[in-house]
Design a protein around this ligand. Structure first.
Ligand code: EPZ
Length: 416
């Protein structure tokens, strides 16, 4: 597994260009399974999760060409069997259930893999499919779903699950009649998939609000599309500027999508400036501690939780963060404490005593965002750190070391 070598305590400054959102691009690739023809997806990040999803689509019979940030998909006929190894590699592959059930009337997927950040059940997805007339069987560690033709349903989610919202939206595009999803997820990536599906000829409305309505159509075509900027990648790099006492700008972003994070950074004393398509931050003389709880959008994003905990090690006083979305997303704190941080996770809450002077150590990434938090901690630490298993980071960040080198970080990727 690859490693990063980081020499910390160099204040970062400059501009970082942000990629398209991983958590939209992966779903748009899957939504294409509903259509026919050639899709041109722009602003697609070159990350390993996209390469993995490309493998899933190829195994299903889709032609995939990926040059620079342009992904070309040729969809004609698709097969209904997903490759086990790939599905176990990435949770997002469970998103193929909706499209394949709608298009083929049958789908078989392995229980999904993905980050080890807690239990990741699929009950909300499966309950929605059953309400639309699907029969679900659990065989070994695979799900087999069958539905000659899905019909519309009025579905209320017990929790606004992002993946379930996307899966049911996709299944409903070709179901008979109207489907309503109540208590739907409201993330910006949900609006992206609505616009993409409608570009294919679907009839979806309400994305971004708690109620999404889909009227089924007989067939869907193809569309060209540009992926929404990645609000989590942008937030991660803003924190890299602040944790090193520097200042800088992320460009090609939608500032609105960063609002929950920017509110917190301002409360911590950071200078925040918003301009068209970009956000700048300036470090204050001292960062203030904070209390925040994660939550479904427009709440504070769970995908920024590890990164902001790393920042809290450099804030004066005791910070507290509650993680209400996932049940085990604090694994990285043990690694940050090896740098000299004073972080105490306790069930769903984590307490951080700052400001602590960190010093370099040998660390191991355990998941995507936890790995990003370790890079942030290393950037603030005196001396050198080694971060192992950076494949976790490569799943969601394109060439992180190059982006950070561009703003003055002393970081390099060590050959395997
Ligand atoms: C998506 O995961 C993202 N992944 C996650 O980002 C993100 O953290 C999450 O949404 C929340 O915003 C992708 O889009 C590929 P959920 P997803 O369904 O769809 C529980 C990253 O770092 N739940 O909203 O899996 C679930 O266990 C990743 O980029 C059920 O109980 O998230 C979790 O506790 C990490 N039953 C909570 O809901 C279900 O049927 C949120 O899950 C579905 C979910």
């Amino acid at each position: 597994m690859g490693k990063f070598l980081v020499e910390g305590r160099h204040p970062l400054s400059g501009r970082i260009s942000i990629n398209g959102a991983k958590n939209s691009a992966l779903k748009l690739m899957v939504a294409a399974l509903l259509g026919h023809g050639t899709f041109r997806l722009e602003n697609v990040p070159r990350i390993t999760d996209v390469e993995t999803m490309a493998g899933v689509l190829r195994a299903l019979g889709v032609e995939v060409h990926f040059t620079s940030d342009l992904l070309k998909l040729d969809v004609s006929s698709v097969r209904g069997q997903t490759p086990e190894a790939l599905v176990k590699a990435m949770r997002a592959s469970v998103q193929v259930m909706g499209p394949l059930l709608a298009r083929l009337g049958r789908v078989e997927v392995a229980r999904p893999g993905g980050c080890n950040i807690g239990s990741r059940p699929l009950d909300i997805h499966l309950a929605g499919f059953e309400q639309m007339g699907a029969k679900i069987e659990v065989k070994d560690d695979r799900f087999v779903a069958r539905a000659p033709r899905l019909h519309g349903a009025d579905i209320t989610f017990r929790y606004p699950s992002v993946g379930a919202t996307e899966n049911i939206m996709m299944a409903a595009t070709m179901a008979k009649g109207r489907t309503i999803i109540r208590n739907a997820a409201r993330e910006p990536e949900i609006i992206d998939i609505q616009d993409f599906l409608n570009g294919m000829g679907a009839q979806v409305q309400g994305a971004g609000t708690p109620v999404i309505t889909i009227d089924g159509v007989r067939e869907l075509g193809a569309t060209d599309f540009s992926v929404v900027p990645d609000r989590i990648e942008a937030g991660t790099y803003l924190l890299a500027f602040l944790i090193t006492g520097g200042s800088g700008t992320v460009e090609h972003v939608v500032p609105d999508h960063l609002a929950p994070l920017l509110d917190l950074l301002e409360a911590m004393g950071a200078g925040v400036e918003i301009r068209e398509g970009e956000v700048s931050v300036v470090s204050p003389p001292a960062l203030k501690s904070f209390q925040v709880s994660t939550g479904p959008y427009p709440g504070f994003p769970t995908d920024m939780q590890p990164q902001v905990v790393a920042l809290a090690t450099q804030a004066e006083g005791r910070s507290e963060l509650k993680e209400v979305v996932f049940d085990r997303r604090f694994g990285y704190t043990l690694e940050l404490n090896k740098l000299g941080a004073n972080i105490a996770p306790n069930n769903r809450a984590v307490f951080i005593q700052g400001k602590t002077d960190l010093s370099g150590a040998s660390l191991t990434a355990g998941d995507l965002r936890g790995g990003a938090a370790l890079v942030l901690g290393a950037l603030a630490a005196e001396g050198q750190s080694i971060i192992g298993d950076i494949e976790h980071i490569d799943r969601g960040y394109e060439a992180m070391e190059e982006r950070l080198q561009g703003v003055g970080a002393k970081i390099q990727r060590l050959a395997d």
